[in-house]
Ligand binder design. Structure first.
Ligand code: G1P
Length: 293
């Protein structure tokens, strides 16, 4: 299981303007949910799904992400000297093996589609996973793992879907779905950021994809789309004329950490899910809510 998809792309070049001033000198992907950066949660999801090669599309001022996935000799030696072995074990467990990470730069902010296209040589002609680090999924069997299982069954391209309030369709890629079979749907159309009155549904493209390498041919020739950017959704719509796409209604709750409320909610939900924090945090939260009301 999971043997079919070995590479995952993480576009991490975005500016994070919605979180200024926190993101003035620090990438938004390094914002913390409980005690690990957002990007670490997403890399862990990919690793648990069987991914073996982690490809990051970075930009200027993102060097700390590369450092985060490297060894920190001085820190490790200090922890060893002080007998802090459980902290050391946490660092070691999180570290991808040598050669499992690659970093390439998106030189200009031309859009998500362009960022993915920058990874074409590293993906090198095989189906791959694409994970947008803004989105965290809590609970369930792991979103990407469920998608790889669906891909093993169905082949083609798989995208994770989540419902949004109908008035919010203009913030996301939205799909039109046909026949359902279990937790998957055939996708019959997709459009980036449609206004609510023209949106084909309220099912958004959540930020996890399994794509066939032919997507790169469509990204190469692509015109600018919604928001004047090269959009992955437009390239998928073009590929959809040649290949099948299925949507998956995965288990788990989704948090949009690119949005302040989503990010704060993720911190609460992920902390409550931690056996070592749950009870004490619940009591602390009760106190905060009581005094805020
Ligand atoms: C991107 C995708 C969009 C998707 C969204 C999920 O949009 O283009 O299709 O629904 O991520 O977060 P962005 O958030 O970059 O505007």
């Amino acid at each position: 299981m999971g043997a079919s998809i070995k590479k995952a792309v993480f576009p991490v070049a975005g500016l994070g303007t919605r979180f200024l001033p926190a993101t003035k000198a620090m990438p938004k992907e390094m914002l913390t949910v409980v005690d690990r950066p957002v990007i670490q949660w997403v890399v862990d999801e990919a690793r648990e799904a069987g991914i073996e090669h982690f490809i990051f599309v970075t930009g200027r001022n993102k060097g700390v992400i590369e450092d985060h996935f490297d060894k920190q000799f001085e820190l490790e030696q200090t922890l060893r000297d002080r007998g802090k072995l459980s902290e050391l074990a946490v660092l070691e467990a999180d570290l991808p093996a040598a050669g499992q990470t690659s970093f390439t730069r998106q030189q200009q902010p031309l859009g998500l589609g362009h960022a993915v296209w920058c990874a074409r040589e590293l993906v090198s002609g095989q189906p791959f996973a694409l994970l947008l680090p803004d989105m965290l999924v809590e609970g369930g069997a792991g979103c990407l793992k469920q998608m790889i299982e669906a891909h093993d069954r169905l082949g083609g391209n798989i995208i994770a879907l989540a419902e949004v309030p109908p008035q919010d369709t203009g913030a996301y890629g939205i799909v039109e779905v046909g026949e359902a079979s279990g937790n998957t749907f055939e996708i019959t159309g997709m459009v980036e950021k449609p206004a609510p009155d023209v949106a084909p549904s309220n099912l958004m493209i959540m930020g996890r994809y399994i794509l066939q390498p032919e997507i790169f041919g469509h990204l190469e020739t692509q015109e600018k789309g919604a928001s004047g950017e090269i959009q992955i959704t437009d390239a998928m719509a073009a590929l959809h004329k040649e290949q099948k796409f299925h949507g998956i209604n995965y288990e788990g709750r989704t948090y949009d950490c690119g949005d302040k409320i989503g990010f704060l909610s993720a911190n609460v939900a992920f902390a409550l899910n931690r056996p070592d924090l749950r009870d004490a945090f619940m009591r602390a939260l009760d106190e905060v809510l009581k005094s805020a009301r």
